[in-house]
Write a protein that binds this ligand. Structure first.
Ligand code: 13P
Length: 250
């Protein structure tokens, strides 16, 4: 059985003062029945890990460089993310694809680097509004899945996050039918490429305006194994409510 995963992506938000939110989350969710992951900015990764201590919340980076080390000012390697205490790293978030021109090939290299450093990669994919309106969604996802995920994926080293770009930070959530269609499709593609055993063990998260008031419905959709949450992961009350909704869906 796939273990459910509630993941928070703080994006470029949060400093030391916001660690009180993590403390509040730990106080209400001491022993979560689902996996919980927080991906703070790189500057906060180590400190957040210290705040969490031995509790059942994992930390993750939001990005890593594809190379092991070298002259790449401003970047951090996957090994550095791991050294800061993280067990996960996001790769291919649409904001990285857009802001930094990351291609599928680049994301594939980053994902491989993450695996080499012993991290689980949360590979993000998703179509733009124009692509959906042109009815190209599934073709776009085929390309992103094939291009961004290296061979040798397993249920341990890979999580896929489906985040329709038009639903991110907009308050527009994909409909339950749209989510179900895409998640079933991703499952089928993973099984086809990696075999049934692996394909069935990889967790598929939905992301895009997940909030406490829509989480339960989303978690009931087939092949939704959890969520990748942006804005609503910044506040312990909101993220805690989403974690509780995921626990209730088991
Ligand atoms: P929002 O939940 O703020 O829409 O962000 C989703 C996201 O991009 C998570 O990675």
């Amino acid at each position: 059985m796939r273990r459910k995963l509630a993941a928070g992506n703080w994006k470029m938000n949060g400093g030391g003062a916001e660690l009180t939110e993590v403390e509040a989350l730990l106080a209400t969710h001491t022993n979560p029945k689902v996996d919980v992951l927080l991906c703070p900015p790189a500057t906060l990764l180590h400190r957040m890990g210290q705040t969490i201590g031995n509790s059942a919340i994992a930390t993750g980076g939001q990005d890593c460089h594809q190379n092991e080390n070298g002259a790449h000012t401003g970047d951090i390697s996957a090994a550095m993310v791991a050294d800061a205490g993280a067990r996960f790293v996001l790769t291919g978030h649409s904001e990285r694809r857009t802001d930094h021109g990351e291609s599928d090939a680049c994301i594939r290299d980053k994902t491989r680097a993450a695996w080499d450093a012993g991290l689980t990669a949360v590979v993000c994919i998703g179509e733009t509004l124009a692509q959906r309106e042109a009815q190209n969604t599934l073709d776009i996802l085929i390309g992103q899945l094939a291009g961004s995920i290296p061979d040798n994926a397993t249920g341990e080293n890979l999580v896929v996050a489906y985040e329709p770009v038009w639903a991110i930070g907009t308050g527009k959530v994909a409909s339950l039918d749209q989510i179900g269609e895409v998640h079933d499709f991703i499952r089928m593609r993973l099984e086809r490429r990696f075999g049934e055993g692996v394909g069935r063990s990889v967790r598929i998260l939905y992301g895009g305006s997940v909030k406490p008031d829509n989480a339960s419905d989303i978690f009931d959709v087939s092949n939704v194994d959890g969520a990748l949450v942006g804005g609503a992961s910044l506040k312990a009350a909101d993220f805690g409510a989403i974690i509780s909704a995921l626990e209730a869906s088991i």
